[in-house]
Design a protein around this ligand. Structure first.
Ligand code: NAP
Length: 325
């Protein structure tokens, strides 16, 4: 039994992740996985990776064998089939089945290999469409989902339930995080499939280069959204791996939102676009507000570090330097 003295001197959560742990980051080439790999390496851990060409995580037998052979101290599951509205509505089968398969392979394989620590990544988009704002973790499964990404959300909710089930049935110290909209280096700038922030950066950059006097954006510009730099997410995940061991998922956001118009103005400034910003109110707006309540994370002492303007500027410079513009 832990003595009172030990409880006093041992920081909460100490021992959940050893120093210089061997951590398998699944999806290490993605926006989230690459940030986690950078951060965990910088923290002195040994990050283990396997590209999809060597290990398709939908393959349960091969994933189990890999985990049995490598026996990591921890697994971070940042591999998923991810996409925007168009991809979700075109390939609902893949969004449901690929994600279920990846989760089943990785979690069952990690359990069979005796992996003591696992972090599963959910998403703010799996909360009910009309959840009260700001969205607390308790809102999960309290109402209908956003229809456009329902298959994806159902798969992710199953992942959260799976983590909880391993905790309850096997006492596993496995946890889930629920990130808000993320952006960062290596983001997807393809206008067909990208999220709103890289899409805006590209639109304004191209307008600036073309000397356009107007950029026309969909909707009214009034919906409010929250954005977190992926390095801040990695920082929060590193903290959760060290310190958090509870049933409920943990929201990871910056705690502040802004309107799409304000976001567009910010991106316009960063990209030195000098023209007008117009909105087409005949096009759909989506949910009026999406902001996570980050009280649970804040009680662990966490605060975001990257201000939105600086974050957007660094992502813009990174994209220009990559020559993909
Ligand atoms: N981006 C966001 O704004 C955001 C917000 C909230 C939550 N999240 C969550 O964070 C996680 C990662 O998202 P992300 O934005 O980093 O996605 P991403 O950039 O598309 O990266 C996903 C990664 O998963 C890998 N992957 C997909 N299917 C695989 C398979 N069958 N076998 C092996 N690897 C596979 C991909 O490999 P390849 O490189 O080979 O394609 C890629 O490296 C997801 O669970 C997502 O729900 C993201």
């Amino acid at each position: 039994m832990t003595s009172v003295h030990e409880q006093d001197v041992v920081p909460p959560g100490r021992g959940l992740l050893p120093d210089a742990a061997r951590i398998f980051v699944a999806g290490h080439r993605g926006l989230v996985g690459s940030a986690l790999a950078r951060r965990l390496t910088a923290d002195g851990h040994e990050v283990i990776t396997r590209g999809r060409e060597r290990l398709d995580l939908r393959d349960a037998a091969r994933t189990a064998a890999f985990l049995r052979d490598t026996r990591p101290d921890a697994v971070v599951l940042a591999a998923a089939k991810v996409g925007g509205i168009l991809a979700n509505s075109t390939y609902p089968v893949e969004f449901l089945e690929d994600n279920l398969r990846i989760q089943l392979s990785v979690l069952a394989g990690a359990h069979a290999a005796g992996v003591p620590r696992l972090l599963f990544l959910g998403s703010s988009c799996i909360y009910p469409k009309l959840a009260p704002q700001p969205i607390t973790e308790e809102a999960l499964l309290t109402g209908p989902l956003e229809p456009t990404n329902e298959p994806y959300a159902l798969a992710k909710i199953a992942g959260i339930a799976q983590v909880r089930a391993y905790r309850r049935q096997h006492g596993a110290a496995w946890i889930s995080a629920m990130p808000t909209n993320l952006y960062g280096p290596g983001d997807n700038f393809d206008l067909e499939t990208s999220h709103v922030l890289p899409a805006l950066i590209r639109r304004f950059h191209e307008a600036e280069r073309a000397g356009a006097d107007e950029v026309l954006l969909w909707g009214t510009g009034t919906p409010r959204r929250e954005f977190l730099h992926v390095d801040d997410l990695a920082d929060a995940c590193a903290l959760l791996l060290r310190r958090y061991d509870d049933d409920g998922p943990v929201n990871v956001g910056c705690g502040e939102d802004l309107t799409i118009r304000e976001l567009a103005e910010l991106v316009g400034e960063v990209t030195a676009y000098g023209g007008r910003i117009a909105f087409d109110p005949s096009k759909p707006d989506g949910t009026p507000r999406k902001l996570l309540d980050i009280t649970r994370l804040a009680t662990l002492g966490w605060r975001p570090k990257v201000a939105l303007r600086e974050g957007i500027a660094s992502v813009y410079q990174d994209w220009l330097a990559s020559g993909r513009d």
